[in-house]
Ligand binder design. Sequence first.
Ligand code: SDX
Length: 379
Amino acid sequence: MSAEQVIVNKGLEGIYFDNTSICHIDGQRGILLYRGYNIHDLASNATYEEVCYLLLYDRLPTKDELDQFDAALKENRNLPSAVMDVIYAFKDGHPTDVLRTAVSALGTIDPDVKDMSLEANLRKGIRLIAQFPTIVAAHERIRKGLDFTPPREDLSHAANFLWMLKGEEPDPDAVRAMDLDFILHAEHSSNASTFTARVAASTLADLHSSVVAAISALKGPLHGGAAEAVMEMVEAIGEPERAEGWVQEQLAAKKRIMGFGHRVYKTEDPRARHLRELSKILGEKYGEPKTFQILQNIEKAMEPMRAKGIYVNVDFYAGSIYHYLGIPADLYIPIFAIGRIVGWVAHILEQYSDNRLIRPLLHYVGPMERQWVFIEQRS
Ligand code: SDX
């Protein structure tokens, strides 16, 4: 094929690389479906445990099925002592790096690591969904010199995470906020970290290795790192009345405003409305409406960018929710991962189920046929 005939889609923009039945996104109309269910219905009615079941088994669970699934998560919340040792050893590391390292360690000792059957991969996936909160919370306590707070089987997934993180009975509003945040972050089709997981799975790498790859991709500020960057922006602005001028200066300097824009959504990210509402409620509940006000003024200042299809995305309000829950900024990416692990697992299983090695092309534009020169002749 001649160079003129090659079409390069940088960043694989607009390229469909497979079929999926896990998630549908309509970027023009701002629609998001998990296994056909609208994100607004799930946000208003489901629990994270229900959404996990739906994403893994492609249907909503009966009461008994949900109870069994919930019990399986609770049974698997603890970490092997060797993995706790790893968390201690790397306690001063960035929480995302510690999460990635702990998952690597889990993969080296998982009893099913060599078993690639669907049953074994589901067992491994459920173990990781259950263990992610424990890894993140254990590291937070250990790096602060606090005692590890063991998981409790009488608490839901979100409540147990807050319990392990803080060592105190979690506030029901905080639990609801955390549960909703996990639901909204659970799945989003072939985003960069999920695509990375599918590339690894397409080589038939095991589930833990594919998840480690996904965590690595999530860490970047253009993907999972945006929520942390949004709160740094709020900090820099300081006061609601300074937001408009600050945004205009950044845009004039061709800087990006974190929490805005999306490769697929060219209208408001449907997840944002739930996080915006939650941020408002928590700001009032915890007596600190200023953060929410600053965010609202940023959003208003960004309205002209809508003409370019740049709207608020899932990360814009997420950081303020973690802030209101008293969670440090360097935990925002691990919390995104606690929500997204189920989406990664669902996609890894889907990739295994009808696999074709993912191996796109790069269009070579370098020199051709250069003659070898011996070192004595080189200048
Ligand atoms: C997530 O893919 C997913 O599904 C991800 C996610 C998920 O659930 O997994 O939804 C989660 O990662 C959300 C995105 C979080 N990241 C950010 O908020 C970082 C800031 N946003 C951007 O950098 C950007 O919008 C991207 C990376 C998200 C998408 O960028 P694209 O599709 O590659 O768009 P682009 O870089 O080609 O930008 C097109 C134009 C450019 O202007 P021009 O050069 O054409 O004049 O839009 C501008 C960009 O400068 N632009 C922005 C902007 N984002 C794009 N301008 C100002 N602020 C921004 N945030």
